[in-house]
Design a protein around this ligand. Sequence first.
Ligand code: ADP
Ligand code: MG
Length: 324
Amino acid sequence: MLSEFDLIKHYFAPSRAAAQPAHVALGIGDDCALLAPTPGMQLAISSDMLVEDRHFFAGEDAQRLGHKSLAVNLSDLAAMGARPLGFTLALALPAADPAWLAGFSQGLFALADAHGCALIGGDTTKGPLNICITVFGETAPGRALRRDAARVGDDIWISGTLGDARLALAGYRGETALSAAEQQAAAQRMHLPTPRVALGRALADGGLAHAAIDISDGLAGDLGHILERSGVGATLDVDALPAGPVLATRAPALRRAWTAAGGDDYELCFTAPAAARAAILAAGAASATAVTRVGRIEAAPGLRLADAAGAPLDLRLAGFDHFK
Ligand code: ADP
Ligand code: MG
C-alpha cells in the first residue's frame, strides 16, 4: 500500500526538480512553493474543481481526466491572455491505485510540460474522487483580457469549433443517435479539450482584443457575462457559428442550438475592434487556431440572435448552471 508521501513522491514529484522552469524558485516539498514572476508583471490566478458524477462519469479514463483537469484551468489563463507559470493540485482519492495514478499523472504532465506550467504543490487526501487545480499565470499590467472591456462596435470572435462536446454528451445519454465513429470523434472534444493559450496570449500581448471569456457553459450564457459586465448588448450571427466536425453533419436546428449553447467547449469568445481583423486572423494562423467572426457588440442591452439573412431567431437557449 502506498503511503501519502510515497504517492506524492512517485507520481507528482518525480525528479522534476531538475527540469523546473526558472520562474519556480522552490517547487514541491516544502510548506509553500515559491514563484518568481517576471518583475513588473501581474499574477493571474484561477481554480477549477472536477467532481466525479458531476463533471465526469465514474470510471472515467484516468489519463484523459489528468489532461482535462489541467486543461480547464489553462483555459481560464488563456481567456485572460496570461502566460502559464505553475499550478497546485488538491486531490481526494478513494484509494491509492497505482494504475490510476500513473495514467492521471501522465495525462496531467503531458499537457503541463507542453505549456511550461510546473506542478508546484498541492494536497492529497482520501475521499470521494475530487480534483481541484489552481493555476498561476502572469500578464502585463493593463493587458489582461477582462470581461468588462467590450466596446460598442467591436466584432465578436470565436476560436475553434463549438458543440461537439455537447453532441457527445447527448450520444452518451441516448438523446441522439451517433455511430461509434461519430461518438468517438465528438467525445474527443469532451474529454480532451484544447486550451487556447497561444491565441489568448497573442491577443493580449498584441493589444488586439478588448474582452474575452472561455466558453465552458455554452456560448450564449458565457457571452452574456461579457455583455453584463461591459454594460453592452450584442447580435450573434447564429449561422456563422463554427460547428464541430460531427455536429456540422446534423440538421440546422441542432447545429444552431448546440453551437449557440452547448457546453464543455473550452474555446475563447473575444471582442475586438474592426481595425484588428487582419492582425487577429494572423494571430489565429500563427497559433494554428481557427478564428471566426460571429457577431458584433451593440449599445442596446441584451443578446439578439440572427440567422444567415440577418432575420431574428427565437431559440430557447439554456446555459449550464449547477444549481438550476
Ligand atoms: P503539509 O503538511 O504542509 O500540508 P503535505 O504533507 O500535505 O504538506 O505535502 C508535502 C508536500 O507535497 C508539499 O510541498 C505539498 O505542496 C506537496 N503535495 C501534496 N500533495 C500534492 C499533490 N497532489 N501534487 C503535488 N504536490 C503535492
Ligand atoms: Mg497538506
